[in-house]
Design a protein around this ligand. Structure first.
Ligand code: PMP
Length: 387
C-alpha cells in the first residue's frame, strides 16, 4: 500500500482483496452458470465451487465435505449456534465474543435466559478458565463457543483445555475463527473443535462469503436457518455465490502458501509500529500485550485522548476506534470494558491492524502520523494549541 495516499491499517475490519481472489471472482463474473445446473456452464460453475472448497479444506486441514459455504462468519455463527442449541441444554460463551456470537446467543436463548452463561475474561483478555469449567460442571451444556482470536485486541485463546473440558461434559465446541484463518496456521486434525466459522474478507477474499466447518460425525440436529432448494447439503439454501466462493478459494490458497512468511512479516511490522508509538507516547498502553496475540494487530490506549479525535487528526491513516461492526453506535467497546478498562480509556483506544500488503514505509508513515495526531489532540485539549 506504500505510495497510496492512505495507509490502510484496518485489516481486521476487512483486508484488501488478494489479486488472485480478484482474478478468480472476475473469471466467474465473465461467465454464466448456476452451480446447481446440469448443463456445461452449470458444471463449470460447480467445478469452481468444489475447487474452492478443496483449497479451503487444505488451509484448514479438514475434508472438503466438512465445509458449508455461507454469506460470512455472521451467518456461520448463527447456523452453528442455532443447530447446537437445538440439541437441548445451555450455551456457554465469553464476554469478548464478536456480536455475531454474543447477540446470536442472546437472541436464541431469549425465552430461557438462564440457558446462557457468559464467562468473563481477565485484564489481559484471556478467558477465565475456572469460570468456564464451573459452567461446564453445572452439566447440561449443549455448546461452548469461544473465539480463537479476538478482533479488537488480537488476543489468542488456547482452545485445547476448553475442548478437553467440554468433551468431558458432553458439550460441543464452536470457535469463531474469523480473525485467525489465513493469518496463523490451523490444523483441524489437531484442533478438535466440532464447529468453526470464518469469513473470506479477513484473509484477502471478497466480502459477503464465508463458511462453517462442521466436523464429520458431529451429532447435530438438522436446523438450517435458510430453507429452500437444499443447497449445501440442505444446510444453507440459496443459489451459491460462485464468484465470491471462487475468490474465497483463491485467497485461501494464496494465504496457505505464504502463511509462515506473512505471519512473521506482520509480526515484525506490528512490533515496529508499537515500538515507535510507545517511544513517542510513553504513557500509552497496549491492550492484551502480555499473552499471545495475532501477528498484525495492536490495540493502543492513549489515556485522556479520545480515539475519534486521534483518527480525525490523521486522515492519512485508516485505523479503527474499536470494532468496525459497532462503529457508528456510540457505545464503548464491550471487549475493552470486559478487560476492565474504564469507559474513558475504552473511548481512547485505537486499533491498528495490518497484513499481507502492508510495507515498512506504511508503518513509518503511520507511526509519524499517530505521534503527531496524539500530541496535537493533547495540545488542543490542554489549551496550548488551537484546534
Ligand atoms: N466474528 C469476528 C471475530 C469478526 O471479526 C467478524 C467481522 N468483523 C465477524 C465475526 C463477522 O464477519 P462477517 O461480517 O463477515 O459476517
Amino acid at each position: 500500500m506504500a505510495g497510496d495516499t492512505v495507509v490502510y491499517l484496518d485489516y481486521n475490519a476487512t483486508a484488501p482483496m488478494r489479486p488472485e481472489a480478484v482474478e478468480a471472482a472476475l473469471a466467474v463474473f465473465r461467465n454464466v452458470g448456476n452451480a446447481s445446473s446440469m448443463h456445461h456452464p452449470g458444471r463449470s460453475a460447480s467445478t469452481r465451487v468444489e475447487s474452492a472448497r478443496n483449497h479451503l479444506a487444505d488451509l484448514l486441514g479438514c475434508s472438503a465435505k466438512e465445509i458449508f459455504f455461507t454469506s460470512g462468519a455472521t451467518e456461520a455463527n448463527n447456523l452453528a449456534l442455532h443447530a447446537a442449541y437445538a440439541r437441548g441444554g445451555h450455551i456457554v460463551t465469553t464476554s469478548v465474543e464478536h456480536p455475531a456470537v454474543l447477540e446470536t446467543a442472546r437472541a436464541i436463548t431469549a425465552e430461557a435466559p438462564e440457558t446462557l452463561t457468559v464467562v468473563p475474561v481477565d485484564s489481559d483478555g484471556e478467558v477465565n478458565l475456572p469460570s468456564l469449567f464451573a459452567a461446564l460442571d453445572g452439566g447440561d451444556v449443549a455448546v461452548v463457543s469461544v473465539m480463537i482470536a479476538n478482533n479488537e485486541t488480537g488476543v489468542l485463546t488456547d482452545l485445547n483445555p476448553i475442548i478437553e473440558a467440554a468433551r468431558a461434559a458432553g458439550a460441543l465446541v464452536h470457535t469463531d475463527a474469523t480473525q485467525y484463518v489465513g493469518r496463523l496456521p490451523l490444523d483441524l486434525n489437531e484442533l478438535d473443535v466440532d464447529l468453526l466459522s470464518l469469513s473470506a474478507h479477513k484473509f484477502g477474499g471478497p466480502q459477503g462469503v464465508g463458511a462453517l466447518f462442521l466436523r464429520r460425525g458431529t451429532s447435530l440436529p438438522y436446523r438450517p436457518i435458510l430453507v429452500g432448494g437444499g443447497h449445501e447439503r440442505g444446510w444453507r439454501a440459496g443459489t451459491l455465490n460462485v464468484a465470491g466462493i471462487a475468490g474465497l478459494g483463491a485467497a485461501a490458497e494464496a494465504a496457505r502458501q505464504r502463511l509462515a512468511v506473512e505471519a512473521e512479516r506482520s509480526c515484525k511490522l506490528r512490533d515496529a509500529l508499537e515500538a515507535a508509538i510507545v517511544t513517542a507516547v510513553p504513557d500509552c498502553r497496549i491492550n492484551g500485550a502480555h499473552g499471545a496475540r495475532l501477528p498484525g494487530v495492536t490495540s493502543v490506549t492513549f489515556p485522556g485522548v479520545p480515539a475519534d479525535a486521534v483518527l480525525a487528526s490523521m486522515p492519512e491513516v485508516a485505523a479503527s476506534d474499536g470494532s468496525a461492526c459497532s462503529s457508528g453506535a456510540q457505545t464503548p467497546s464491550h471487549v475493552l470494558l470486559a478487560m476492565g478498562l474504564s469507559r474513558e480509556d475504552a473511548d481512547s483506544t485505537v486499533r491498528f491492524s495490518l497484513g499481507y500488503a502492508t510495507t515498512e514505509q506504511d508503518i513509518e508513515k503511520a507511526a509519524a502520523a499517530v505521534t503527531r495526531a496524539v500530541h496535537q489532540v493533547r495540545a488542543v485539549m490542554s489549551g496550548t494549541a488551537s484546534p
